[in-house]
Each structure stands twice: as C-alpha cells, then as structure tokens.
Design a binder for this molecule. Sequence first.
Ligand SMILES: [Zn+2]
Ligand SMILES: [Zn+2]
Length: 111
Amino acid sequence: MFFFFFGGLERQVRQVLKPGSGPCIFCGSRADLVHYEHVLKVFFVPVWRWPAKDPLMNCTNCSAFFPPHTTAATTAETTPTTLLDDALRCPNCSRVVDSEFRFCPFCGLSL
Ligand SMILES: [Zn+2]
Ligand SMILES: [Zn+2]
C-alpha cells in the first residue's frame, strides 16, 4: 500500500521568552529566544502539534531556528563551579571546599 504524504514537520513559535536575546548565526539580525512547537501538517493543514522541550533562538529576519548555545548566557549561570576548580565553594554554606570532595565537610551538602 502506498501512502503519499503531502506535508511535513514545521516549527512554529509558541511564545517569545526573551526578545532580541542574541544575533542570528545566519544573517546577523536580531533573534529572539522562543518556546516553539512541532507542527505536523498534512495537505498544509495542521493535524498534530506538540511543544518542544528546549527553547530555541528564532531569527526575526530570516525565521531560522538555531540552538541558543551561541549566546551561552544561561548555561554559564548554571555551571559556575567548573570554571573555578581550585576555589570551589559550597552552594549551601559558601565555604571553600576542595574540588575533590564529594560532600561539603562543613555542612554535609552533596556537591
Ligand atoms: Zn537570520
Ligand atoms: Zn557547606
């Protein structure tokens, strides 16, 4: 049985999280950080849509989607400990802890 599939998978912006959060990697224009959703279209009619887990950058000029790691602003905030290995601080009691320790010797927090 042949099943001709006229349609495709598109990405549509659901919600703009951060307008103008970085430059487009393709054309250099302003790009927004957006939540997007996949839209399955058959004969140009949306038949199924589901939201994506991770936000993407969406260019306001060329409508290209690309991952936001080029701006690196959000990832740097979540992993600050990897940058300062020899002066690791406990996130709970903020005392300097040896980076080889898996638990804080002062408050017992798992590092
Ligand atoms: Zn662009
Ligand atoms: Zn501690």
